[in-house]
Each structure stands twice: as structure tokens, then as C-alpha cells.
Design a protein around this ligand. Structure first.
Ligand code: SF4
Ligand code: SF4
Length: 450
């Protein structure tokens, strides 16, 4: 297939407001993915919540024998996602662990017998109808793998009163350092292609836009070849090349830039006829349909200036972060993040485990791990200009710090904040704007009791 011509690829129909230009640091973009050896994972600790929604309850007990893919936690709640064992072995404990977010979560601890034996009950999960597809996503334990962790079966349970006319495959991967989706496209191109067909054909969607940033040339070429396939007789799959401006990959942003539609406060993508799926989520769903093996591992990028051997690495869910960093020869990091530098969560304990929605573990030391000193606001308005949601971060912070009630905080549209971190990044006074807005959102959720 010859190199694509620019005229064959769609341009965004809108530009995001604000946002920021970041150094990409995609150091691992050309590194083929390795797999963390089983012997490096003597034990996994698998939380019963790795998603937005209700927690699961363990359905195994101490001493039970489990296999790779055995379901170990489930819930009757619609907005929830089952969890599965990522190793074969024996349940050694059911305990409560304080997560990086500060939440206490029940976890199933499994001693790995290192045999990697799949559950004998696992078999392909054929899909014919839209209901089958949503059921498959649930049985897979699939959540938004771009970082959101929203249960995929909820998105795929299409309400007939809100028909979907556009499938958007999110391959933007706009956070610095992270290359896990990029490697998915390069290493599993055929699965990505089959996944797109599976979703669009099963749901009867005739318009599919694959959105990718212009800093991923190899992925653009491969996606172009996919979109130009003769199988796509009616030209229903098209590629949209986005400029690499953070946060292009945020769900509301990608809908706006590729279709021009605005998801208003309190509404969902389905309200504007869109279904957005992360590219690795889509491929994972296809793999589940073909094999029946649920989501038990994840490709992550391991990088940062404290990591001697940066890698793209497939790791079992529940693997301690310390085992991942040891394998990549990280030396005494001062700061470790789940996820990217803009939206990632800092870890205080390296025994924290890999979760389904993690797409990177970054370790930094020295100056790169330190935050600037906090100074008084100089009213420069840069935070307002950078906010892609057109919020006024300074006004929200001032309101929160002066003890405003939930109604006042809501009046600033605080709940629209997607915690992208642009305002904190751009603030010359080093004010922790995103962190404080997160606290303000918590206060609103609790009706002002904080
Ligand atoms: S973190 Fe929130 S307030 Fe700050 S720029 Fe992003 S969306 Fe706007
Ligand atoms: S960017 Fe920082 S210094 Fe500038 S107005 Fe916003 S809070 Fe104040």
C-alpha cells in the first residue's frame, strides 16, 4: 500500500478551545512490547473495584484454586464490571487495601503457581446481536482502557431512543510518554481492524471515525491502509488526523473535533449520537469474542528518568508496581505515577497493584519529580485561556478556598472539569489548581458537607 496522501485523510471539523502544547517524550514508541515474565509475579492482589461504579464482591474464598481467567468478583449492579484472576494458583487472602486514591477496597490475593493455566471453562464468546455485544463486554470485565475505567457494557447498551450514528475510535493517546495504544495499533493491526467491524456491524453504525494525533506516523499509515480496505465498500471507515495538542483524546474533545457536536453538561456521548471507544478497548473486546479470555493483562508504558530500561510491557492485572519497576531497572524514584504526567495518580506505596485502566507506570527522580513553589495568583488569566472546557479555574479555586457552599461552587460549572491538568501546568504561580478543583467537586458531590 503506498503512503497515504493528506487529501485522503479527514481534517478535524473543529479545533479545541485552549489546551496546551506539550513535549511528547514518546521514548518507547518504537519499542516492541515485552511480557513481564510469570516468575516475576509470585503474588497478585486484585481489587474488587477497577472501574467507575459499584464495587464487586469476592465470589471465591481463601484456599480456592483459580486459573487464568476465573471470575473472582462480581456485582448485581448495572454500572459495575466483574474481575477475573490473572494467574493460576490459590487464593491466599481476602483483604482490604488502601488504594492510591485513598479509598479502601476489598482485594483477592492469589499466590501464583507460575503454570499460567487457563480456566478450562473458557471458550469463544460469539456475538450476533447488539445485546450479545454488551453482554460480551460485561463478561470480559472490559472497562475504558484509555484511563477512564467506565464499564464498556454500559456504553454498548444502546438505548433505541438514542440511536448511535457515529462510532469514534479514540487512538489519540495525547498524554506524554504513553505509547501503549500506539503499540496496539502497530502490533495488533488486524485485531484493531476486526474489532472496528465487529462493533460497527453488530450495532449497525455506518459512520466510523478513527481519530489519531499527527505525532504517530506509523499508526496513521497502518490505520489508513485499514480504512482504505476494499472490505469497506461504502467508505464508512475514515481516518481523522488531529494536531497533537493536549487533551485531544478526552471524550468530549474528540467528539467535538471529529463531528462538531457538543456534549452538554449532564449529557452523554449517546445524547449526540456518538459512541467513543478507546482503540485498545475495542481490540480487547474482539479478542474476548474470539477466545473467551477476559481482561487479565494490560500493555503499559514504563518510562521516566528513574527508569533505566524503559519498555512497553504486558503485565498481569494485580502485579505490584515494584515488580514492574524492578524489571525495568528503576533506581530510587522520588515520584511514581499510575498513568501520564498530566492526569496520572501519584503512588505513595510501590506495593500498589496494576489496575485494568492503567496505561503507564512512570518513575521520576530529581528535578523532574519536584513541584514548583506555590506563589500568589498574579491574575494572568492563563488558566482560563488554557481550559478546554472554558471554565475559570481561578474563580473556582478562590470560591473553594473562601469556603463557598456546594451551590456556589456548582454555579462555576465545576463539575464540567475533566481534571485534564492544563490549568495547573500553565499556572506561573505553581498553584495546584486541578487538585483543588477535585476537592471542590468532592464538596459538590457531598452537597457541601466537607
Ligand atoms: S483541570 Fe479542569 S479546570 Fe483545569 S483546565 Fe482542565 S478542565 Fe479546565
Ligand atoms: S494561571 Fe495561576 S496566576 Fe494566572 S490567573 Fe490562573 S491561578 Fe492566577
Amino acid at each position: 500500500m503506498p503512503k497515504y496522501k493528506s487529501s485522503e485523510i479527514l481534517k478535524p471539523v473543529k479545533r479545541i478551545h485552549g489546551g496546551i502544547k506539550l513535549e511528547h517524550h514518546k521514548n518507547t514508541a518504537d519499542m516492541f512490547t515485552e511480557t513481564l515474565p510469570e516468575e516475576n509475579i509470585p503474588t497478585v492482589t486484585i481489587p474488587m473495584v477497577q472501574h467507575i461504579g459499584a464495587p464487586c464482591s469476592p465470589i471465591v474464598k481463601k484456599g480456592d484454586r483459580v486459573y487464568v481467567g476465573t471470575k473472582i468478583g462480581d456485582s448485581d449492579a448495572f454500572v459495575s464490571s466483574p474481575v477475573h484472576s490473572s494467574v493460576s494458583g490459590t487464593v491466599s487472602d481476602i483483604t482490604t487495601v488502601t488504594m492510591a486514591t485513598g479509598n479502601k477496597v476489598q482485594c483477592v490475593v492469589i499466590d501464583n503457581d507460575l503454570s499460567n493455566t487457563p480456566d478450562p471453562a473458557i471458550k469463544p464468546h460469539p456475538v450476533k446481536t447488539a445485546a450479545d455485544l454488551a453482554a460480551a463486554a460485561r463478561e470480559c470485565g472490559l472497562v475504558g482502557l484509555g484511563g477512564a475505567g467506565f464499564p464498556a457494557h454500559v456504553k454498548l447498551s444502546i438505548n433505541p431512543e438514542k440511536p448511535i450514528d457515529t462510532l469514534i475510535i479514540n487512538a489519540a493517546e495525547c498524554e506524554p510518554y504513553i505509547t501503549s495504544d500506539y503499540r496496539e495499533i502497530i502490533e495488533n493491526t488486524q485485531e484493531v481492524y476486526e474489532a472496528i467491524y465487529l462493533i460497527k456491524e453488530t450495532l449497525g453504525i455506518h459512520n466510523c471515525l478513527i481519530a489519531v494525533e499527527d505525532n504517530k506516523p506509523t499508526a496513521i499509515q497502518l490505520l489508513y491502509e485499514m480504512a482504505a480496505s476494499p472490505k469497506d465498500k461504502n467508505n464508512e471507515i475514515r481516518l481523522v488526523k488531529l494536531s497533537s495538542r493536549y487533551p485531544q483524546g478526552a471524550e468530549k474533545m474528540i467528539i467535538y473535533t471529529t463531528t462538531g457536536r457538543i456534549v452538554k453538561e449532564g449529557l452523554l456521548p449517546a445524547d449526540v449520537g456518538c459512541l467513543v471507544m478507546n482503540v485498545t478497548s475495542a481490540a480487547s473486546l474482539y479478542r474476548f469474542v474470539k477466545t473467551g479470555m477476559p481482561l487479565i493483562s494490560k500493555r503499559i508504558t514504563v518510562d521516566g528518568n528513574a527508569v533505566k530500561k524503559p519498555k512497553n510491557l504486558i503485565c498481569k492485572i494485580g502485579t505490584p508496581v515494584s515488580a514492574i519497576l524492578d524489571y525495568c531497572e528503576a533506581a530510587a524514584p522520588d515520584m511514581v505515577l499510575y498513568g501520564g504526567p498530566m492526569m496520572g495518580t501519584a503512588l505513595s506505596d510501590l506495593s500498589s497493584m496494576l489496575l485494568k485502566q492503567n496505561n503507564a507506570v512512570l518513575a521520576f527522580c530529581g528535578k523532574q519529580a519536584s513541584l514548583p513553589p506555590i506563589q500568589n495568583c498574579i491574575n494572568c488569566n492563563r488558566c482560563f485561556n488554557a481550559c478546554p472546557m472554558r471554565l475559570n479555574p481561578k474563580a473556582i479555586i478562590d470560591s473553594y478556598e473562601s469556603g463557598a457552599d456546594a451551590a456556589t461552587l456548582s454555579s462555576h460549572k465545576t463539575m464540567l472539569c475533566m481534571e485534564c491538568g492544563c490549568c495547573s501546568y500553565i499556572c506561573p504561580a505553581g498553584r495546584p489548581l486541578t487538585h483543588t478543583i477535585r476537592l471542590a467537586k468532592g464538596k459538590i458531590k457531598q452537597g457541601g458537607k466537607q
